[in-house]
Ligand binder design. Structure first.
Ligand SMILES: [Zn+2]
Length: 377
């Protein structure tokens, strides 16, 4: 049994002084206390849920698509050291054979390594017009049979799939995939607002890295961004690394969508946590220079920030600490259907917790299992 005292982030999205009892990796008791029940040192620490990054490609020189189980464990361990205790690993748009292999391996990893919660399938059902850092050669038609093959290869561990809704057959694909409780997310798409709205009506509930790899919102053609803002059930991902989206638009996005509908992601690639130099994203060469990662033609290619840094950036841009935390804990947990287990500090949930100082500097990571779970699950 372990006991923590501090300023606890509650499910009401505010902080209250209290005590958390942890036993066998689970939260077994949460008591909220009067301020005089805590010492000054205890009052000075915040306790928040471990962060959940539902869209990241790699870190520490390892790309999820090219990794063996030890590499994937190294990614999970790095993420944990940075306060990110759960991740979905993202695939790139690869040829069918490789994609099947990647889904099989990442599916196995999702069962072996508790911190890996599933797969984020970024393509291949996307548009060449907005390929971004995805290799256009491997783009596929919207094809439920191929999705099903990938899902079966992963043993059902695909949590999110990115689709360009303007593609022939996309609405049918979206309907079937959404009915199987997999999140359909729009991006790498030149869709207009009407096409996006039809996709949301068909069951899409998310937008992949809002603003990036889609048409901008304008007053005559609101595009995916405008259609998403207009549809209450739709959540949007934001890469808050200081490179992909201007801080002005981070603040405007919180005004337009509200903190409930925003999920911060890192979209991190293998150079994250590594020095400047040459790296790979899928099968494309990327140069890391400071907090930027770019292809040869200067296209931004994934980020080199982890999700904790993205949360700190949002706070620095003026988002409240309370709202910023929701967008990296409860919101992503709800989006991928793991909120009964993670994403808030409540009795019965996994005790993946972070202890921070008052300014959100990370002091301690509790839980976040990165070891083999074969004997536990
Ligand atoms: Zn990505």
């Amino acid at each position: 049994m372990k006991t923590l005292k501090g300023n606890i982030y509650t499910t009401q999205r505010c902080f209250r002084y209290g005590q958390i009892d942890i036993d066998k990796g689970l939260i077994v008791k949460v008591d909220y206390l009067e301020p005089d029940a805590l010492t000054d040192d205890e009052k000075a620490v915040r306790i928040i849920p471990g962060l959940i990054d539902i869209h990241m490609h790699g870190a520490m020189g390892h790309d999820a698509c090219n990794s063996d189980m030890d590499d994937l464990r190294a990614i999970a361990q790095y993420e944990k050291s940075q306060g990110v205790t759960s991740v979905c690993l993202a695939s790139m748009t690869l040829d069918k054979g490789r994609l099947l292999d990647v889904c099989k391996k990442l599916g196995e990893a999702s069962r072996e390594i508790a911190a890996i919660k599933g797969i984020y399938l970024e393509g291949p059902f996307i548009s060449e017009a907005k390929a971004g850092a995805q290799n256009p050669e491997h783009i596929q038609e919207a094809d439920y049979t191929l999705y099903k093959e990938l899902k079966d290869a992963s043993d059902g561990m695909i949590k999110v799939v990115t689709v360009a809704p303007e593609k022939a057959g996309a609405l049918e694909l979206i309907k079937k995939v959404a009915a199987e409780k997999c999140v359909v997310s729009l991006a790498h798409s030149a869709a207009n607002a009407r096409e996006a709205r039809l996709a949301f009506e068909a069951g899409a509930t998310q937008v992949t890295h809002l603003y990036n790899a889609m048409n901008p919102m304008t007053h005559r053609e609101p595009g995916i961004v405008g259609a998403a803002a207009d549809c209450e059930k739709v959540n949007v991902e934001l890469i808050c690394d200081g490179v992909h989206v201007d801080p002005v638009m981070i603040r405007n996005s919180f005004r337009l969508f509200g903190a409930d509908r925003i999920i911060l992601i890192s979209d991190s690639m293998e150079a994250t946590g590594m020095p400047d130099g040459e790296y790979m994203l899928g099968d494309q060469k990327v140069t890391k220079n400071g907090n930027r990662a770019t292809l040869g033609d200067s296209t931004i290619a994934g980020s080199v920030s982890n999700l904790y840094q993205c949360m700190l950036n949002a706070i620095n841009y003026g988002i409240s600490i309370e709202d910023a935390i929701a967008t990296v804990t409860a919101n992503p947990a709800k989006a991928i259907g793991i909120y009964d287990e993670l994403g808030s500090i409540e009795v019965g949930k996994r005790a993946d917790l972070l202890v921070t100082d008052d300014k959100m500097g990370l002091l301690e990571v509790i839980g976040g299992r990165t070891t083999c779970l074969t004997n536990i699950r």
